[in-house]
Each structure stands twice: as structure tokens, then as C-alpha cells.
Write a protein of this length. Structure first.
Length: 101
């Protein structure tokens, strides 16, 4: 009987936590989700540079056009992303600031 009470209490706490998580999921207008990254848009097989929000990435993405046809294909984009994986992982935040000791 004692174990069943504990299981019921923990199930209620878990359910309340799930409900709070759903309500606080940043779905309000004007707020962005913390780990949400907008996917690049390809039109007619070419990357739409205007769909990229990060100004540093916009400057650097021009280097991805290997064959010089002013069209960054999906393969070129994937190769650029693989080469610059650190920039994509850090969320384009920029260099870290030194710590004060």
C-alpha cells in the first residue's frame, strides 16, 4: 500500500511537469524557441540567401559556390556545412569572450 501511494504521487508530479512543459513551450507570438534554427530554403535547386538570418553566415556562404555558377546547390551547401561545423554547432554566436579572473 505504501509503494502504491508513492507511485501515484510521482505519477501526479510527472503529469503536472508535463502539463507545465507543454504550456511553457515558447509557442507565444513573438517568441522563438531556444534551439530552433530556420532551415535554408532552396528554390529551383539553388540556395535562397535571403532565407539565411545570420549576417556572418550570409557573408561566408558565398565561399560555398565551388563551381562559380552563382548557384549554391544542396551538395555544395552540405559540404560547406560539414567544413564549418563549429560555426553551425555554436549557433553562429561568434567568438567566446575571455573570462575575467
Amino acid at each position: 500500500m505504501h509503494v502504491i501511494k508513492h507511485i501515484i504521487v510521482w505519477a501526479i508530479i510527472f503529469a503536472l511537469g508535463m502539463a507545465c512543459g507543454k504550456m511553457m513551450n515558447c509557442q507565444h507570438p513573438g517568441k522563438k524557441m531556444m534551439f530552433h534554427h530556420k532551415q535554408p530554403v532552396f528554390t529551383n535547386g539553388c540556395l535562397d540567401i535571403q532565407s539565411i538570418e545570420c549576417p556572418k553566415l550570409k557573408e561566408d556562404i558565398v565561399k560555398a559556390d565551388v563551381n562559380g555558377d552563382n548557384c549554391i546547390s544542396i551538395e555544395e551547401y552540405k559540404a560547406f556545412k560539414k567544413e564549418n561545423r563549429q560555426m553551425f554547432r555554436k549557433g553562429m554566436r561568434g567568438p567566446k569572450k575571455p573570462r575575467n579572473k
